[in-house]
Design a protein around this ligand. Sequence first.
Ligand SMILES: Cc1ncc(COP(=O)(O)O)c(C=O)c1O
Length: 377
Amino acid sequence: MTRYAIPFTRPHRTGREAALVGDALGGDHWRGDGPYTARASALLSSLVGGGRVLLTTSCTHALELSALLLGVGPGDEVIVPSFTFVSTASAFALRGARIVFADVDPRTLCLDPADVARKATPRTRAVVVVHYAGVAADLDGLAAAGGTAALVEDNAHSLLGAWRGRPLGSFGTMATQSFHDTKNLSCGEGGALVLNDPALHERAEILREKGTNRARFFRGEVDKYTWVDLGSSYLPSDILAAILVAQLERADATQTARHHAWARYHAELAPWAERHGVQRPHVPVPAAHAAHIYWLRVRDLATRQALIGHLAAAGIQATFHYQPLHLSEVGRKAGGQPGDCPVSELVADTLVRLPLYTDLGDADIDRVLAAVTSFTP
Ligand SMILES: Cc1ncc(COP(=O)(O)O)c(C=O)c1O
């Protein structure tokens, strides 16, 4: 694999991880739901508007838990953006739901409420929204578009983003987080389910603990625990939660650094982008973004590949992103056809993501800016 002077992404070390992991290892609670899980859950809850947080082993597992909790099954339809990661759709497909792919807005690359409204039917049980690149989807439009369907926020990109001053992750019946090492805050692999409806708390706890009421037993609420529902094992070890505590405690500093890089790209690439008709991210007025991804959109696939190659020659790793799910092997078997989600299809071919990580210094940013602006699209 090519080594780049400036990689696309790197996990950030706050400097506290090793001490907290050492402390966790020194104790006797290595399994899930120990003291570090409690600390990480409380810290995360305060960042997403106060919902109940259950840490999971990944965002994928949090999405699977959402599907179980909503009781989605055969005969139900779930609307997801075509331009997203596989798990947004597969978690619901695994339960037998029919996945309905909706297109994205060409400015924000988030679910287009008009297409959701067109595709919603009385069978639509859930609409899953992704706040792509950390920029909020049109949550006002989506509230009306999905009818009575539950809104699930796949908040993998957008922890610490907001819409009308309210944190992302607080709008859906539930929201899911990712702490994969490409995300702003990470514990290697990890995730969380945020529950914004207290009526779901008890069942969520049971499904996450193999379908047992073990959590109630440990709280002394029942004298033995037993199998009460159909669930699985979604608990991360408390050792991983210790890494997450270190990351969550320094979330402000992480976000400040990422916003600095994002803002420099945005301001300093503006004249070049305007001259060459290159599209840059659009942050709608009600939104505050989370500085997760900085993207550019060029004319066509050949230009996109040429830009990635030009940056690679300068030692800079830039990458494309999602391929439309309705045209994936599974999407086509479910009836997906070219032209079903035209914006997603176009964006898949024309989008480039620039390096963006917490430790990207000003000299690195200068180098990326010089390389991009020396390219003629
Ligand atoms: C939008 C979105 N949802 C879900 C996931 C899955 O996250 P995880 O790797 O934590 O399962 C990703 C991963 O990149 C993602 O980008």
